[in-house]
Design a protein around this ligand. Sequence first.
Ligand code: GLC
Length: 419
Amino acid sequence: MDLNEKARSILRQNDKGGYTLPTHGLYPYQWNWDSAFAAWGFSTFDTDRAWSELDTLMASQWADGMVPHIIFHQPDPGYFPGPDVWGTEQSPATSGISQPPVAATMARQIWEMDPSAGHDRLAALYPKLLSWHRWWANVRCNHGPVAIIHPWESGRDNCPDWDIGMADIDGSGVAPYKRRDTGHVNPEMRPTKEDYDRYIAIVEFGRNAGWNQDRIVADGPFLMADPGITFILLRAHEDLAILGRALGADVSEIEGWATTLRSALPLIWNDALGGYDARNLRNGEFANVLGSGAFLAYLANAGNPQLDAQLQRVWDKVSYGIPSADPEAESFNPRKYWRGPTWPVVNVLIAIGLRDSGRDDLSERLRLETETLIKKHGFYEYFDPLDATPCGGSDFTWTAAIWLTWAGHAPEANIKGVA
Ligand code: GLC
């Protein structure tokens, strides 16, 4: 089967009617940023379905504006931690944390394909996106950059960026549980038991706090500044403002959030490292790790010559894509979850940023490397950046979406930058 057709068939197979699973088995529910990428993928052949994907995602928005990272539409015993562990009292049940807010950026991509046809769909979605962005600004940006309360919120779940914040968490008292992820994929590629206990300890804290976000930010066991979400949100603010203006809305509130967030970027610049860095907000300590989150700076037009040099160094040490962690760091592992492998979805976000900052050659190199990975092995969740070994789940929604929108096409493809 031709790869375009195969990618479309993956989206259709993972489509549960209004929402799309990341992959069968390993991830049997709706995930936040996966869904936004799925919408972008659908937009290449079914615009109506693309908008409905964003609608279902935003339909589970909490009263305070938060959009959860998982929506548990139907029970599935094959996944842990399920709705009973999160205990959020939402209907349908959801997790109690959020995920990278790429939805406004994806909505802009979809809308731009056919602005007049998308007008009403966008108008219905816009107030929800606005209220989610307000939640990030008011609840999570009080320290300046975006604060996350759980490593899973970053979308780069297990990356070395979070090691300093995880180190002191006591996971020894968590209720007994049985992991399900290691039954679906090679346990060598997944987080360790000690990490998992700590992840669950943070969830238990949130549940015991009734998922009161202010309380979790004030007293929770984990609070770190995430460069990745900071750049994604900054870009998404700018995209949302463009959408708002097109709808005739007053976007001064959004512009204010973007200005404030941009002025906080020096707080996540680590001079000693020579790059943007995650930071423990409880004590100010830097992670001293150059991860792929730092290179998302290009997406928010926040690159600089030092970052360019780091990008070149890191990229030249591997053969395929931007690695999720620094190949020269001791913690680097090319197959372990977010500790080295390359993810097509992160590659596309970095490529959009590179292209928008005039580095078309680098953007095209990244596309070609991502294309090669998919051509060689198919639509895997992620890949070893040294030898292209496919890792994690197969027939993955966001990899298929990225093929249709970007990786499988020459530069004049569907991506568009901030005007
Ligand atoms: C993993 C990834 C996360 C993704 C989810 C579903 O948890 O780390 O980014 O959203 O899988 O694909």
